[in-house]
Design a protein around this ligand. Sequence first.
Ligand SMILES: *Cc1c(COP(=O)(O)O)cnc(C)c1O
Length: 380
Amino acid sequence: MTGFVFNEKPIQIESGDGPYLYDDSGTEYLDMGASYACVPLGHSHEAVDEAVRDQLDDLTYVQASYPNAARTELYEKLAATAPDPIDKTWLCNSGTEANEAALKFARSATGNSKLIATMQGFHGRTMGALATTWKNKYKKMYEPLIGDVEFVPYDDPEELAAAVDDETAGVIVEPVQGEGGINPASTEFLETAREATADVGAALIFDEVQTGMGRTGSLWACEQAGVVPDMITSAKGLGNGFPVGATLCRDWIAENYGSHASTFSGGPVVSAAANATVSTIVEEDLPGHAAEMGDYILTELESAIGDDVREIRGEGLMIGVEVGRGANKALKELALNHGVLALPAGRTVVRLLPPLTIEQEQADAVVAALTDVLAEDDDA
Ligand SMILES: *Cc1c(COP(=O)(O)O)cnc(C)c1O
């Protein structure tokens, strides 16, 4: 269950600084996956760590029914940064929980049960979210999962529109599929999802667990398409490494959320981490920086290895390189020969999700490493 590279290389990661990780022998690694997109500000970010230390001095935990300044600030911050009219938030501890809540809210707010998800989609591994996740490999041995889930091809507006009817509770979609191979949706697909759900009163859920927090070039990826869903789910980068998730929603959802709850919802320490993370991302315009660096890396990769690989695609700092042979061999070479840690996205895609703070020098190092590993790949 552990990492594919470090299964074979018995090292311990001991410290981190910005985009770099260091093992117990002092070897430096460039963390081009931002540890599964969880550290958009890089490792051991001072503003986040200081906010957490300050919060620990005051209060570690208080039950969610007692108001607390850190949690209240996070509700306000998320409402202020979410596209209008989304201004209500339910807090949790992970991406799958954020989606689990969204699926429950879609059912409670509509009174319907049918859920629509997309092929190659990934929404988490608890029973409900897993039922909307595409890959059988993740599901088979745990079945039966929750029922009434229908899958439609990703980025096919017609098939989606045909599937949505007056029995539909909700549609869940990633604006850019992450785990499924870095597949950006067309604006038309997201617009169709909006129109089709609005027509029948179903809830549109954008799973922004991976795309959110500035990664694609705007704070929320849906802003780039100009489509406002009924719910946005967030986690991964939200606390820059601290476990916090959120289900942001419109009033009609919040008014009919049923009786969902979680004991640890929005604890003071993770809220403090999320407040510092969101503030830093907004104040330093890291979404703008992500757009710029993403374009730079895509252009450089295209000219260096565009002819040697099947496809290079992405949005902002969410980049996939489709290689002919399995991605794992390339990832292993990147790590062991170049000290570059990247991620797979399915069997054939090398996925880059660097910290949003990455500088040109580090981008150049990654392009050079990928060029060395992938150029004139035998079976590309
Ligand atoms: C990672 C991911 C999840 C699951 O998040 P966890 O925190 O691992 O539960 C859900 N949706 C998307 C799009 C993800 O990338």
